[in-house]
Design a protein around this ligand. Structure first.
Ligand SMILES: Cc1cc2nc3c(=O)[nH]c(=O)nc-3n(C[C@H](O)[C@H](O)[C@H](O)COP(=O)(O)OP(=O)(O)OC[C@H]3O[C@@H](n4cnc5c(N)ncnc54)[C@H](O)[C@@H]3O)c2cc1C
Length: 330
């Protein structure tokens, strides 16, 4: 039988604070209590009472390791011992992987990418609004009374700091687990070191650029435009030409000008460039989806366009210094 507690889990301290803030707000309205199960980096911190928790759980018997298998064991044990009505899990890679597995294992309700939720004080049914297709749509789910897990991303909920507020500490004894996965080594993720956020001009390349040596041509254009080069995921992850990419699972850019070259315009890529002030797309396929997103489209072979554009810029002696420009380009 589910109790009247909202349990919040995350390994990311900022996200945990945001989720606790929302849990606190809802619990106060319902007269419920809020539990926190801080993990990994967050487990090393102690101010979860001030962030909204009435009780902070520590998992004994296991390492607070960032492995989904261990998180699943801890969350399943929390369900057994605490019987929370609702569990909010931070929608990180670890959180998403763990939450769905716990829900399946325990037969719980589950909804990912929650942007708002409400608990009916009369029926205790939970209604959750959740993102679909990377936020293009929203689905509203109403769950029958019972336990369920919601995941939510960063920057959705507001933290509600209450300085000086204290939380009790309770220990969850998790049965000893021999993980089937052994972590041999952890390496920091390789990054380019280029500040993508401040770039005024981005030349964004896709798989239409055929060979790595063709990057020389694009690099010359990037230099003339005083910009930076970004790429789509397959160019980085499959071809290994760059350490990072732009898009849903990569970085986001918001330049004055984003010139896409040989990029098809998959929605996962568009998410990373859609805040650009002006998008100009070069693609040889007039049906490419990028043209639905671009302000200007050039239907042509990039191997003709890029050298011609370089020649034109050189002929005019144009070298744009975006950082010195006072007014934007449009
Ligand atoms: C969960 C998930 C997350 C993902 N996250 C991301 C992400 O963050 N970022 C991302 O980029 N992708 C992501 N993807 C992949 C995404 O769906 C696309 O597969 C990818 O963006 C396509 O990359 P592309 O446009 O470079 O290649 P393609 O789709 O192969 O497009 C190449 C384009 O180049 C054009 N072209 C070819 N030759 C020329 C030429 N000579 N001149 C001009 N044009 C030419 C073609 O017409 C084509 O439109 C994700 C996918 C999934 C499932």
């Amino acid at each position: 039988m589910a109790g009247t507690e909202i349990l919040v889990f995350s390994e990311q301290p900022t996200l945990l604070r945001e989720l606790l803030g929302e849990a606190r707000r809802q619990a106060d309205a319902l007269g419920w209590r809020v539990g926190a199960l801080p993990w990994g980096q967050a487990a090393a911190m102690v101010d979860w009472g001030e962030a909204g928790a009435d009780v902070v759980y520590t998992a004994s018997g296991i390492e607070s390791d960032n492995q989904a298998e261990i998180v699943v064991a801890a969350l399943a044990e929390a369900f057994r011992q605490v019987k929370p009505r609702l569990v909010l899990v931070g929608a990180t890679k670890l959180g998403m992987e763990s939450a769905s597995r716990v829900a399946e294992r325990l037969g719980l309700g589950y909804a990912p990418w929650t942007v708002s939720f409400a608990v009916s004080a009369d029926t205790l049914a939970v209604t959750a609004r959740c993102m679909l297709y990377i936020g293009i749509g929203l689905a509203t789910y109403t769950f029958k009374p019972g336990s369920l897990i919601l995941t939510s991303a960063a920057n959705v909920f507001e933290p509600q700091p209450a300085p000086g507020r204290l939380a009790a500490v309770e220990t969850l004894t998790v049965p000893t687990l021999v993980p089937c996965l052994t972590v041999i080594e952890r390496k920091p993720k390789q990054v380019s070191g280029i500040n993508l956020t401040d770039a005024k001009v981005v030349v964004d390349i896709g798989q239409g650029v055929r060979q790595k040596e063709d990057l020389k041509m694009v690099t010359e254009l990037v230099s003339l435009l005083d910009g930076i080069m970004t790429c789509s995921r397959p160019v980085a992850s499959d071809r290994d030409w760059f350490p990072e990419w732009v898009g849903l699972s990569g970085k986001k850019v918001a330049p004055e000008l984003c010139l896409t070259v040989g990029v098809s315009g998959a929605v996962q890529h568009i998410v990373g460039i859609r805040d650009s002030r002006l998008i100009v797309a070069v693609n040889s396929d007039e049906g490419a989806p990028i043209f639905n997103q671009a302000d200007y489209g050039v239907v042509t072979d990039l191997y003709e366009f890029v050298p011609a554009f370089i020649e034109r810029l050189k002929a005019r002696g144009v070298r744009l210094a975006w950082s010195l420009m006072k007014s934007p380009i449009i």
